[in-house]
Design a protein around this ligand. Structure first.
Ligand SMILES: *[C@@H]1O[C@H](CO)[C@@H](O)[C@H](O)[C@H]1NC(C)=O
Ligand SMILES: *[C@@H]1O[C@H](CO)[C@@H](O)[C@H](O)[C@H]1NC(C)=O
Ligand SMILES: *[C@@H]1O[C@H](CO)[C@@H](O)[C@H](O)[C@H]1NC(C)=O
Ligand SMILES: *[C@@H]1O[C@H](CO)[C@@H](O)[C@H](O)[C@H]1NC(C)=O
Ligand SMILES: *[C@@H]1O[C@H](CO)[C@@H](O)[C@H](O)[C@H]1NC(C)=O
Length: 591
């Protein structure tokens, strides 16, 4: 990863490739373990719970107890809605459900029990170990949408899935945790603990994943050779890990401890949090963590790239959420969040130049070079769009009301990026023009054209109009690094959270525009597909990419559904969503 210098093409491409390859980061290829034990050597089911650990922990950090501090109400007090409003909302709700069922039918028919359906060609893909990623991930969506029959058949399927093994040689601990463990726990919580098989499967998986943490300093092996783990091979702490992968395990493991009374799951993630806590003031940008750290050396300063985008994103997202899940009994996560958000406002958030001079914010990427100069890459990523929701949540629960404005400006930045494209859909990543003076940010065509030329590297004599035409750049955009849309949820997630906080109906209208645009451009005969180019001219069919990641049905459509549902359905005052949009039950305080 290393430094990110705007003009250095090679570095730019390598970082971009990383960003592309990782969903909220996922590629098993990035950190290949040296030698892999063949999982074929493991013949009988592994009893993970009984494996002799190399570095057993004798004293567990217990779940924090004490008096829960009352957590302020998050949701807006919604009044009675008019008949007309209700009817419109319910029509939209039904449309989202129809799209979900269309996608779900495609998965059932072509990919049942496999990880993902191939929405163009039919058939399936198995990138997550062939344990039915889509159906496990979407269990809670089925509950939320009231699809009882579908839920029952998914539940029967879950009973058949063996969570003590994987078809992958190297398990991605983060992805397995958020998609599978989170999916199981959330469905268990939402069905009021009625289906014990869900908790049993979560325990199977939790016990397997636990062995990934069996290293000298208990940092997990983020790309884990599980067969080696099962057969008493050597386990070393990795020398590189993405900060999001380490920081986004706490909710699921904490919930598993809360539900089972077994402290070891919470203990193992709390140890990681303590490291983040202890090092937060000594990173290159104190308050923020770089995209990559060295767990073996416990060095948080080996990298100088900082972003709320891919590779770091959900690390930050989990700070306020873990605070909620623990019922506010400690101040640790509050402190982590507050220091991070203050640094981010200083270093990451910027106002871009836009044709209508909208007062919006984009969360960019900041680096510090060897000469200790800061350099902002004025780039937006779809992945950073979760930030508006997080800042909104933080504003409510930590009583930072002025940041509700920041949250709204971040959300409006993502809505602006959707509305700017001819398809009505935001691209995966792009670049804009940061205003030099955020108070005075008046649009100028000339300034835009200059920035386009500068970004293109062709120099001032070249024809900016031609680049704009050929690259399909809407006004305000200087480059679109990645024109794809991968069915991602982050933007609608934040629109949903801000809607539940503020009750502003214009957010529902924005969501409806987004939904229609996405539905229209991604639907295939079989299901819904990622698309190649959101800058395709209006009305033209866009190229489909034959991919439908599990988060489409587990996250994106769930948030679209919830913004049009009755606001009591999965209230933010009762549940906290993990990064894969699985609601987990929060401890309840007396009002
Ligand atoms: C596991 O390996 C260690 C060291 O390599 C050895 O001391 C120990 O006896 C082994 N344990 C089992 C159960 O094989
Ligand atoms: C980091 O700095 C803040 C104040 O800037 C302080 O409150 C906090 O205790 C420090 N954290 C550590 C682990 O030293
Ligand atoms: C961490 O790594 C950086 C870069 O390699 C190095 O300069 C720094 O001294 C290391 N810090 C610690 C505490 O080891
Ligand atoms: C999507 O399609 C619907 C129905 O075909 C149409 O009414 C709507 O205008 C389209 N929306 C967009 C954003 O393309
Ligand atoms: C979703 O898209 C499909 C295909 O373009 C269209 O037939 C359907 O009417 C759309 N649904 C909504 C709610 O716009």
């Amino acid at each position: 990863m290393g430094l990110f210098i705007r003009r250095s093409l090679a570095l730019f491409i390598s970082i971009l490739l990383l960003i592309l390859a990782f969903r909220q980061l996922n590629t098993p290829d990035e950190f290949p373990p040296p030698t892999l034990t063949s999982s074929a050597q493991i013949t009988s089911p592994v009893k993970w719970k009984d494996i002799a650990l190399r570095y057993p922990i004798t004293s567990f950090i217990p779940l924090p107890s004490g008096t829960p501090s009352p957590i302020p109400r998050i949701q807006h007090e919604f009044g009675i809605e008019t008949e007309h409003k209700k009817q419109q909302r319910e029509e939209r709700l039904a449309a989202v459900k129809r799209t979900f069922l269309h996608s779900w039918e495609g998965y059932k028919k072509h990919a049942w029990l496999q990880d993902e359906v191939n929405p163009v060609s039919g058939g399936y893909s198995n990138g997550f170990g062939a344990r039915g990623a889509t159906l496990v991930d979407a269990l809670d969506t089925l509950v939320i949408m009231g699809l009882e029959k579908e839920f029952q058949s998914a539940l029967s399927a879950v009973k058949k899935i063996d969570f003590t093994t994987s078809e992958e040689v190297s398990i991605n601990v983060f992805e397995t945790t958020i998609r599978y463990l989170g999916g199981l726990l959330s469905a268990y919580d939402l069905t009021k603990s009625k289906h014990s098989v869900l908790l049993k499967k979560a325990v199977d998986l939790g016990n397997m994943l636990y062995v990934a943490f069996d290293t000298p300093n208990h940092f997990p092996i983020t790309r884990w050779d599980w067969a080696n783990g099962a057969s008493n091979g050597t386990q070393e702490t990795p020398s590189q890990a993405l900060s999001a992968e380490l920081g986004s395990l706490s909710l699921e493991f904490t919930r598993l401890s809360q539900l089972t009374g077994e402290p070891k799951y919470y203990d193992i993630v709390q140890r990681i949090t303590d490291h983040f806590h202890n090092h937060q003031n000594e990173t290159t940008i104190p308050g923020l963590f770089p995209v990559s750290i060295n767990p073996a050396l416990e060095n948080f300063s080996t990298d100088r790239t900082f972003t709320f985008g891919g590779m770091s994103d959900s690390l930050y997202e989990y700070f306020p959420k873990e605070h909620l899940l623990l019922g506010g009994v400690t101040d640790q996560y509050k402190g982590l969040y507050e220091r991070a958000i203050e640094a981010a406002q200083d270093r990451l958030f910027f106002r871009p130049l836009t044709p209508k001079n909208e007062d919006i914010l984009i969360s960019g990427t900041m680096t510090k070079n060897a000469a200790n100069n800061f350099k902002l890459l004025p780039a937006g990523q779809h992945l950073t769009c979760f930030a508006g929701g997080m800042v909104g949540m933080g504003a409510m629960i930590f009583d930072r009301p002025e940041e509700l404005v920041t949250a709204r400006r971040l959300v409006d930045g993502c809505i602006w990026a959707y509305d700017s494209m001819p398809t009505g859909i935001m691209p995966e990543s792009f670049q804009v023009i940061p205003c030099t003076n955020p108070q005075d940010c008046t649009w100028s065509n000339q300034r835009w054209h200059e920035a386009v030329l500068e970004e293109s590297g062709f120099g001032r004599t070249f024809d900016a109009q031609r680049i704009i035409r050929e690259d399909g750049l809407p006004p305000g955009f200087t480059k679109i690094d990645d024109k794809r849309f991968l069915l991602r949820p982050e933007a609608i997630e934040s629109v949903f959270i801000l809607y539940r906080i503020t009750g502003d109906p214009s957010l529902q209208d924005a969501a409806w525009r987004m939904f229609q645009a996405i539905n229209n451009s991604t639907q295939t005969e079989i299901s819904n597909s990622a698309i190649a180019d959101v800058t395709s001219p209006h009305g033209e069919e866009t190229e489909k990419l034959d991919s439908c990641e599990s988060f489409w049905m587990a996250e994106t459509l769930k948030y679209f559904y919830l913004i049009f549902s009755h606001p009591d359905l999965v209230s933010l005052d009762e549940f906290v969503f993990n990064t894969e949009a699985h609601p987990l039950r929060r401890p309840q305080h007396k009002k």
